[in-house]
Design a protein around this ligand. Structure first.
Ligand code: ASP
Length: 344
């Protein structure tokens, strides 16, 4: 490629494009055109940047499966015309959004970089400019005439992460995200340093980019706490049409050994509900069967979430349930990495 890389900047909402409503004192989304006016530096980048904005930008707390499909479709519709994509969303649920969109993309061969900011772009001390400019730089990075990145990533505060490995860990500091079970794919200092060996390999040239748009959100997160009652577990498992549970357990995947607890979960699995064991710890992995307190979970057929994040487990459940994987294949499919989201 000799011409300048073409990047599509997609704005969905979030703090990065927010202004203060002086009547209510609350931050609210504003017109995307003004975002570009705020960053005249963009014209200095060695690429061309086109923009697309949600008609009504949203706070990421309002993200849902319909918006996930909207984001994926914008990229699908423009896939052949652009060399890379930067998606601006609110940071609050960015780890979820970027994980789901990542699962929806099969044979992705171009960079898709999610970013946002803790302070609005118009704020004097904003982190938005660096996040935005470096994300665009990453999206247009090439080596041997190929994109350096061919996966869905999240860039925030000088670090590029695999999106489905991230968690928002701080509502105050600029370093809002962590990826405790997978190292950064790149770090931005004086130079932009990629950790090439950590990046996903591009798909074979003959494969076609596909977007899977069927997502199922009949799922729930059940976070254990000491003293959780039978009534609570029973009513969660009994939710009508429930198809999947992300069970947030203690430490290396441990749960109470009370008979009632195991009986309820076993009946749920037998009725076709998929239960994924994920640790409540921000780092580390489930090791099923390591302690007596997880042996029963293993016996009844709970899915081993290994070192997947809760956000990514939710995303993978939505995607695999939407893909209508058969009950007999579901556990096996979930336990294998599809987009680098867990260690095998
Ligand atoms: N509440 C905002 C959002 O997630 C926060 C942010 O943009 O970082 O949309």
């Amino acid at each position: 490629m000799t011409s300048k890389p073409k990047i599509l900047l997609i704005y969905t909402g979030g703090t990065i494009g927010m202004v203060k409503d002086y009547e209510t004192n609350a931050l609210k989304a504003f017109n995307f055109e003004q975002l570009l006016e705020r960053v005249p530096e963009l014209v200095q980048l060695n690429c061309t940047v086109d923009t697309y904005s949600f008609k009504e930008p949203i706070d990421s707390s309002n993200m849902n499966t319909t918006y996930y499909v909207d984001i994926a479709e914008v990229i699908e519709d423009n896939y052949l015309d652009f060399d890379g994509f930067v998606v601006l969303t609110g940071s609050d649920t960015m780890a979820y959004t970027s994980s789901v969109v990542g699962f929806m993309f099969e044979n992705l061969a171009k960079p898709v970089i999610f970013t946002g900011s803790q302070l609005p772009i118009g704020h004097l001390r904003t982190d938005a400019k660096e996040n935005l400019i470096t994300s665009i730089e990453i999206a247009c990075s090439r080596k041997n005439n190929q994109p350096v990145v061919s996966e869905v990533c999240l860039y925030f505060e000088y670090k590029l992460y695999r999106a489905n490995r991230t968690t928002k860990i701080n509502a105050e500091q600029f370093e809002a995200f962590a990826s405790l079970n997978y190292p950064p794919l790149a770090e931005s200092g004086v130079h932009l340093q990629f950790n090439y060996e950590l990046l996903l390999k591009p798909p074979p040239i003959a494969t076609k980019f596909m977007v899977r748009k069927s997502l199922n959100n009949n799922i729930v997160i059940l976070k254990l706490f000491p003293g959780i009652t039978e009534e609570v577990v029973k009513s969660i498992v009994g939710i009508k049409n429930l198809k999947g549970i992300v069970l947030e357990t203690y430490g290396a995947g441990n749960a109470p050994t009370y008979k009632w607890f195991v009986v309820i979960l076993e009946a749920a699995i037998k009725s076709g509900i998929h239960i994924v064991n994920v640790t409540q710890c921000v780092g580390g992995s489930v090791i099923l069967g390591h302690y007596e307190t997880s042996v029963e979970l293993q016996r009844i057929g709970v899915i081993d979430g290994k070192d997947i994040t809760t956000e990514s487990a939710i995303a993978k459940l939505m995607y695999l349930l939407g893909a209508k994987i058969s009950n007999s294949e579901f556990k096996n499919t979930f336990e294998k990495p599809l987009r680098g989201e867990l260690d095998f």
